[in-house]
Ligand binder design. Structure first.
Ligand code: B12
Ligand code: SF4
Length: 474
């Protein structure tokens, strides 16, 4: 057990992996069925686990299949292959695991999907070992065990304390391949939205990284030519004014101190970001409550955090209740709150969900109205999808029970295992609307929000004609 993790590392039975006899190469693979040559955002886990790999084995070979597919010829018997999966790329990950194991490599899975379904990674992905939770601390131990021939079938990396987060190895970035770097400043989210797995896997206690560690990664990315950095946080605003007021009301001095400390660190981070050259642009994800906190928004603007994804989700109180997001505002108060971001110089990408149980035909237009009146720079309208690990998923799985529909012999509650070409889009069932109705109404909202006339109107937020044109093209 390590003091660095809030849960013990759990080991299961040893597995007969190949004990390497020659030099070992460590490979880290980010699976994807499609490769585009270039990527938008750096998949951070690759560069974090690369940094956690013991230097004795040399720099790991990083393969991001969103850039190009893994070349199996590069895998030699005795090599160690770490594969990180989320639900969407799990099947490709399993193909890779099976193929590299057949070549004599030791196969280790990790990432959110492997955390949720470790057995699956073993059964379908030929994993010798599966790591759940954070890899930062446990990964070097897994490698040592693999090399010594004492690998166990399961490792639990737990939730690593913030001071043990490993900074990414940006020296291993391929040149000119990504547009945005990604740096995590806080992990975990105190909320508990029903469609989101983050609070269940990353926990509700915010684990905030030390300011120096964050800033030095950003400086390194800048030296490597990056001007755009996504702050890959679950929620950049982990302490709200309401949290502070509650702790005060309860006379809970210890909690108040802790919350004030976290808040002060946020401001310290933003002050440091504000001192970086002005051509740096940051983007993050934040809850709407930040709108009540003018000084926080001002600090964001000064820090060049130009934009934030705000999970609006629903415009009615019923819709917010559906997703356990009662802390958001609805109706006119919502419009006012969203406008505040803009008033303080932070552009909002509003994220809305359609297909909530209380949604009706009229909800679509009402949402489009709010999105327009709230002066959002961008918006996304997604259909309610039951992601594994969420409250919604558990309810859906229970509801369909044994009667579950199958595609290619696979229950749709395991839709990620259905071959890509046959895989249906899976949405949460709705009491009165069919998925097709929700889909076509959702599309109509996209079309309305992104009509050329409206986009041109919104592009006024940029300073020059040239930048207005760029905005429209974006
Ligand atoms: C930043 C982010 C994005 C960015 C950047 C993605 C990228 N290229 O990296 C953008 C905005 C593009 C994005 C898009 C999407 N995302 Co996203 N994203 C995140 C977020 C907030 C942080 C990810 C991150 O960088 N974390 C930092 C790294 C270091 O942590 P990590 O990836 O968890 O890795 C650690 C461990 O998991 C483990 N580990 C990981 N891999 C491996 C491998 C091995 C071998 C080992 C040992 C350990 C290990 O060790 C690492 C270090 O501790 C997460 C939330 C979260 N907390 O994970 C959601 C999250 C991953 N996203 C999610 C989703 C759903 C999506 C989208 C599908 C959304 C959509 N509807 O389009 C798309 C899919 C994009 C794609 N095809 O990859 C879900 C995934 C749920 C699931 N069950 O799969 C998450 C968990 C958020 C949520 N609400 O639940 N995302
Ligand atoms: S506020 Fe965002 S990150 Fe937090 S639980 Fe809700 S959706 Fe997930």
């Amino acid at each position: 057990m390590s003091s660095a993790v809030s849960k013990p590392l759990v080991f299961h039975s040893p597995v007969p992996s190949v004990r390497p006899t020659g030099p070992v190469t460590v490979h880290l693979v980010n699976p994807s069925h499609l490769s585009f040559g270039v990527g938008v955002i750096t998949p951070r886990w690759l560069f974090v686990l690369a940094a956690a790999t013991p230097t004795a084995y040399g720099p790991p070979r990083i393969v991001d299949e969103t850039l190009e597919a893994l070349d199996l010829e590069t895998i030699q018997p005795g090599d160690i292959v770490g594969i990180g999966i989320h639900t969407g790329n799990a099947l490709r990950g399993y193909e890779i695991g099976t193929a590299v194991r057949a070549r004599g490599a030791t196969v280790i899975f990790g990432g959110i999907h492997a955390t949720l379904y470790p057995d699956e990674a073993q059964e379908r992905g030929a994993a010798h070992a599966v790591v759940s939770g954070d890899g930062d601390v446990v990964w070097p131990m897994v490698i040592e065990h693999a090399v010594q021939g004492t690998l166990q079938s399961r490792y639990d990396g737990g939730r690593v304390d913030a001071d043990k987060f490993v900074p990414a190895r940006w020296d291993l970035l391929p040149e000119g391949r990504y547009m945005w770097g990604s740096v995590q400043t806080v992990r975990g989210c105190p909320k508990h939205c029903s469609f989101c797995s983050v609070w269940r896997t990353d926990g509700q206690k915010p684990r905030q990284r030390a300011v120096d560690s964050v800033v030095s990664e950003i400086v390194e990315l800048r030296r490597r030519g990056y001007r755009f950095v996504a702050l890959a946080d679950d929620n950049f605003y982990p302490v709200t004014l309401a949290d502070l007021a509650m702790a005060e009301r309860q006379n809970n001095t210890a909690r108040l101190e802790q919350l004030r400390g976290l808040r002060a660190e946020r401001f310290e981070l933003m002050e440091r970001l504000a001192k970086l050259p002005r051509d740096m642009v940051f983007f993050t994800q934040i809850t709407m409550e930040a709108a009540e906190d003018g000084s926080f928004l001002d600090a964001m603007r000064n820090a060049n955090i130009k934009g934030a994804l705000v999970g609006v989700e629903a415009v009615t109180p019923e819709g917010l209740k559906d997703v356990y997001k009662g802390f958001n505002q609805a109706g006119e108060a919502l419009v006012d709150q969203l406008k505040k971001f803009r008033q303080h110089g932070v552009y909002v990408l509003g994220s809305f969900i359609f297909g909530l149980p209380s949604d009706r035909a009229a909800t679509f237009d009402a949402t489009a109205d709010v999105a327009e009146r709230a002066e959002l720079a961008f918006a996304q309208f997604v259909m309610l999808t039951p992601y594994p690990g969420t409250v919604d998923f558990a309810a859906w799985e229970k509801k369909v029970g044994e009667e579950v529909e199958k595609v290619a012999g696979i229950p749709i509650t395991r839709h990620w295992l259905i071959p890509q070409e046959k895989r249906p889009k899976v949405y949460s069932p709705h009491p009165v609307m069919t998925p097709d109705e929700i889909r076509s109404r959702t599309q109509a909202v996209w079309d309305r929000f992104y009509s050329l006339r409206r986009v041109w109107e919104r592009s006024k937020c940029t300073p020059t004609l040239k930048s207005r044109v760029a905005f429209v093209l974006l």
